[in-house]
Design a protein. Sequence first.
Length: 95
Amino acid sequence: MQRNESIQDRRGAKRKTAKFTLRYRLIGGENIAYHIATTVNVSSQSLFFETEELIPLGAKLDAELIVPSLSRPMQFRGSIKRAEELADKAGKSWY
């Protein structure tokens, strides 16, 4: 992954590289189906994940993080605070 390294990372929590499956759906949309994404890194406050769909900034999500060592998925609600679209990842968006 090549991100724009000149952008200063202002997030307060330390990030840890972690690839997990993330199931998510938009809250309040007409499509209530879950989508699948892959996390890139995680912290105690947020997730950075890769998806094929473009999700608008501010969109609210219901999500399930599937961690193999846990007996069931972690469930949470959140919103999109930041987005990147990378040319080297054909059609992939990062949140």
